[in-house]
Ligand binder design. Structure first.
Ligand code: NAD
Ligand code: MG
Length: 299
């Protein structure tokens, strides 16, 4: 289903699968390899042009979905890449490691739970040591679980979602900023949910608003150090986050039908904006949020 490469002109409406999709529940965090259809992360299609030659990147959530697409694209653009993920996702992660190494780039796999501050700190230190520096930080890891009614939303879930999506981002940025040289770029992953929240995502949506505000504030704080911070805000993307409980299965079968593009985005379609924000091409851009939403425009 992938096109020849990301430059191949074609109709975006029919470029990728459209609903209906089969029901396909998986336990959290889910594996990309078990999805039907299997998502396109650019494995066969993403073509690099040297835009990140010699760069050193840490990508959280790099095993699957949007993070995998960014990790593959970064390697094809010439970067060495550390990926973080949960231990249950080892098989997805191994596919990514092989793809990065196939580009002749260094790939380092560091599994672990970002809900722990000590681990976040260690992850950044290890990434910095393994790569001999760190100039790209791409926070993609996240958690989403749809709950229909506030009475069913537990304090435990509320806490876990904020720990994963917001606290971890804070801990990772806190550890990384002092290590990052001038010219570095931080890219954080919010969501259209920050701007147009769904009724079932009372905990998730505000984490994404928090990510937008945190990133904008951080962009002002670290600009004097020569570091830029930007935000990617995706719409519906075909990833395990969604199929493993991010949405109910009735939403999954029609996933993407609600946006003007009438289909979900494939992770590969998110990669170019991460590459652009990572590279020096975006030198005058910081503190901005970029929608990749299939036509559901952001404010
Ligand atoms: P995904 O499931 O492929 O990626 C999410 C990753 O988060 C997992 O692979 C896992 O490695 C990581 N993760 C979750 N909890 C973790 C923890 N405690 N410790 C370490 N890692 C953990 O799904 P995705 O959709 O590619 O999600 C990536 C990001 O994109 C998330 O931040 C998500 O909120 C955001 N996003 C996704 C969509 C969408 O429709 N898929 C839309 C908007 C925003
Ligand atoms: Mg995963």
């Amino acid at each position: 289903m992938a096109s020849a490469d990301q430059f191949n002109m074609q109709n975006p409406l029919t470029q990728y699968p459209q609903p209906k999709f089969p029901e396909q529940p998986q336990p959290v965090p889910g594996l990309a390899s078990k999805m039907q259809p299997v998502p396109d992360h650019g494995e066969t299609s993403y073509k690099g042009t040297g835009r990140l030659n010699g760069r050193k990147a840490l990508v959280t959530g790099g095993d699957s979905g949007i993070g995998r697409a960014a990790a593959i694209a970064f390697a094809r653009e010439g970067a060495d890449v550390v990926i973080n993920y949960l231990p249950e996702e080892q098989s997805d992660a191994e596919e990514v490691i092989k793809l990065i190494e196939a580009e002749g780039r260094k790939a380092v796999a560091i599994p672990g739970d970002l809900k722990r501050e000590a681990f976040c700190k260690k992850l950044v230190e290890t990434a910095n040591n393994e790569l001999g520096g760190l100039d790209l930080l791409v926070n993609v890891a996240g958690r989403q679980k749809a709950i229909a009614d506030i009475s069913q939303l537990t304090t435990e879930q509320f806490d876990e979602t904020f720990k994963t999506n917001v606290y971890a981002l804070f801990w990772i940025c806190k550890a990384a900023v002092p290590l990052m040289p001038e010219g570095s770029s931080i890219i954080n992953t919010a969501s259209i949910q920050a701007y147009q929240p769904s009724a079932t995502l009372l905990d998730y949506a505000p984490t994404k608003s928090a990510i937008v505000a945190f990133s904008k504030a951080l962009s002002k704080q670290v600009l004097p150090k020569g570091i830029r911070v930007n935000i990617v805000a995706p719409g519906p993307f075909w990833t395990p986050l969604q199929t493993s409980g991010g949405q109910t299965q009735d939403v999954i079968t029609a996933f993407g039908s609600e946006v003007p593009m009438k289909r979900p985005g494939q992770p590969a379609e998110c990669a170019p904006i991460y590459v652009f924000l990572a590279s020096q091409e975006s030198s005058y851009i910081t503190g901005e949020s970029f929608g990749v939403t299939g036509g559901n425009t952001l404010p």
